[in-house]
Design a protein around this ligand. Structure first.
Ligand code: FES
Length: 567
């Protein structure tokens, strides 16, 4: 082993190498570590516990289990913190801080003396941030997720955050549920440690991490409170030690072919729209780009096989018991690149060789009897979204797939909150709700694309309408919702030109979103456009100056592979 391993790696520079090493060893020993332990290679454990992150409540026992695996394999585990992003505790939205966490992860992994690292995350933005950081730092890394929550119970039915949060809130807005019951439900939606219990963003990213090969086979869906989650943690520690003697870098695991496989998984599980942004950002750190055309081709070829909320019926605990990611991969095996490798060094084709003993076909369908014959997500183009927009067809009402309607425009989140429930709002169920000013630069791209159905329509029984915006949508939400319109309104995209009363046409068949206003009229309206004021100091100023649009994963320009400045 070279002398640059373990505690001797990357010495602090005082201009005297021996002194640097002597000083570091002296301080390391103050932590009660013997000389023998300090001679071992080091596995860093990037831990992300926080009192503001309920999804990471099981972090201490995961760190302990990873440490056990590292020690048993002969290396020294050293845990260190990075920032943690608890989805519902961040203002204006966690998306603003994903890149900050990725920078924290990348720099701490690179700057501190570790030979490999286990990254423990779970909540929506944490796994993307860790994968982005690992890809850029490019030292051997294993992703471990905290795992999904178990469901709660309410009057005989199972509840899981956060699809059922939205379902009950919708009923409450429509007057079908009283205040007393909604208060009871509040305490029954999220009852254990772990991430949201449905195929939302966190679970989708866990499936993607496993499919990319960055997380151990079989580890994505294990519930947070299940004993197997700790076993997976122990094995993640062991694997990180193996990666020191047989290095496999993130850049060898995250390749164009494994990214395509991950997009296939996203379609087959009908995963979160957010995962498109995150996977694009992870791939972008290594200079990999999957075109819209290819993405739509993957979507058209890959059926939805998983019957889970928010699209179907089950919860992540069912997905785990049914066979998890391994069962889905076997069903779409003929569509996958089988020569990709995972952190254990196993070829995907070899991993999928042994058949599974049993798969619960109520939850994970066979390829020939899918939940739906095409993937859940598509990219739309058109004069309203020249650089693209996303539509989750699997979660939308099919009757709305081909819609032409009158635009009812809300100019930002404040305007939406002020007017959406106004009894005098001129709106009917055939209209198209439009929200602008909620893109990456304008508002940090909040999950506001799931515009609430105006109360007066909800009370008439309207459950879905076409809603379009430059915002994102929670992975646990559903509806005929066009998201991520790019360029966003705040940079003068055509969305900025839409006025109430204009006609808009959505065609899922043609994969288009069109503003039925002449090019000349759009240009004339945009001539008056002026950008909103940017932040002038601190991280938010850096964010405003450098964040890219959704088709580039909303990464910062200087963090991408090329580092080229934003145009
Ligand atoms: Fe953390 Fe949903 S709030 S995963």
């Amino acid at each position: 082993m070279s002398e640059e391993t373990g505690i001797r790696r990357g010495l602090t520079d005082y201009g005297d190498k021996d002194f640097s090493q002597y000083l570091r060893s002296s301080f390391a020993r103050s932590m009660g570590l013997s000389k023998e332990m300090l001679r071992k290679p080091i596995v860093g454990i990037a831990m992300t516990p926080s009192g503001f992150n309920n999804c990471h409540r099981n972090m201490p026992e995961l760190v302990e289990a990873v440490s056990r695996g590292v020690l048993a394999a002969g290396a020294l585990p050293v845990a260190f913190p990075t920032i943690s992003l608890g989805e519902v505790f961040l203002n204006p939205t966690s998306m603003v801080y994903r890149n900050l966490m990725s920078m924290d992860t990348e720099e701490m992994v690179r700057a501190q003396p570790m030979d490999s690292v286990v990254l423990i995350g779970g909540c929506d933005k944490t796994v993307p941030a860790q994968l982005m950081g690992a890809a850029s730092a490019n030292i051997p890394a294993v992703q471990l997720v905290t795992g999904p929550m178990m469901t709660g119970r309410h009057r005989g039915e199972r509840l899981g955050a956060c699809t059922d949060c939205r379902r009950f809130w919708g009923k409450y807005r429509a007057g079908e549920v009283e205040r007393e019951e909604i208060d009871q439900v509040e305490g029954r939606l999220a009852t254990t440690a772990g991430t949201c219990a449905v195929m939302g963003t966190a679970s989708t990213m866990a499936c993607i991490a496993e499919t990319l090969g960055m997380a151990l086979p079989g580890s994505a869906a294990i519930p947070a409170v299940h004993a197997d989650r700790l076993v997976a943690a122990e094995y993640s520690g062991r694997t990180a030690v193996d990666l020191i003697t047989t290095p496999r870098l993130p850049s060898e695991i995250i390749t164009e072919r494994s990214v395509e496989n991950a997009f296939r998984m996203l379609m087959a599980v009908s995963g979160s729209t957010n995962a498109i942004i995150h996977l694009t950002a992870v791939a972008g750190r290594l200079g990999i780009r999957i075109s819209d055309t290819r993405l739509n081709q993957i979507s058209d070829e890959t059926p939805v096989l998983v019957d889970l909320k928010p699209v179907g019926d089950g919860y992540m605990e069912d997905f785990f018991a049914a066979g998890g990611v391994g069962a889905v991969l076997r069903e779409i095996r003929h569509l996958l690149h089988l020569d990709t490798v995972d952190v254990t060094g196993t070829r995907l084709g070899d991993r999928l060789e042994p058949e599974m003993e049993w798969v619960d076909r109520r939850v994970i369908r066979a390829f020939d009897t899918p939940v739906s014959i095409q993937g859940g997500l598509i990219v739309l183009r058109g004069n309203l979204a020249p650089d693209g927009a996303i539509f989750k067809r699997a979660a939308a009402t099919p009757e709305l797939f081909e819609t032409e309607g009158r635009a009812i425009v809300f100019d930002g989140l404040e305007d939406l909150a002020k007017r959406v429930d106004d009894p005098d709002l001129d709106i009917n169920a055939n209209d198209i709700m439009v929200l602008k000013g909620a893109g990456p630069i304008a508002a940090g791209m909040p999950e506001a694309g799931y515009l609430p159905i105006p109360k007066k329509l909800a009370r008439q029984g309207v459950k879905d309408m076409v809603r379009i915006s430059d915002a994102r949508m929670s992975g646990t939400a559903f509806g005929a919702i066009v998201l991520h319109i790019a360029p966003e309104a705040a940079v003068g995209g055509p969305l900025a030109a839409v006025r109430s009363g204009d006609r808009i046409r959505l065609s899922v068949r043609a994969k288009t979103i069109e503003l039925l206003v002449s090019d000349a009229e759009i240009a004339e309206r945009l001539a008056d456009f002026s950008a909103p004021p940017a932040h002038t100091r601190g991280f938010r100023a850096l964010y405003d100056r450098t964040v890219l649009q959704a088709p580039d994963g909303c990464d910062f320009d200087f963090l991408t592979h090329s580092g080229a400045p934003r145009k």
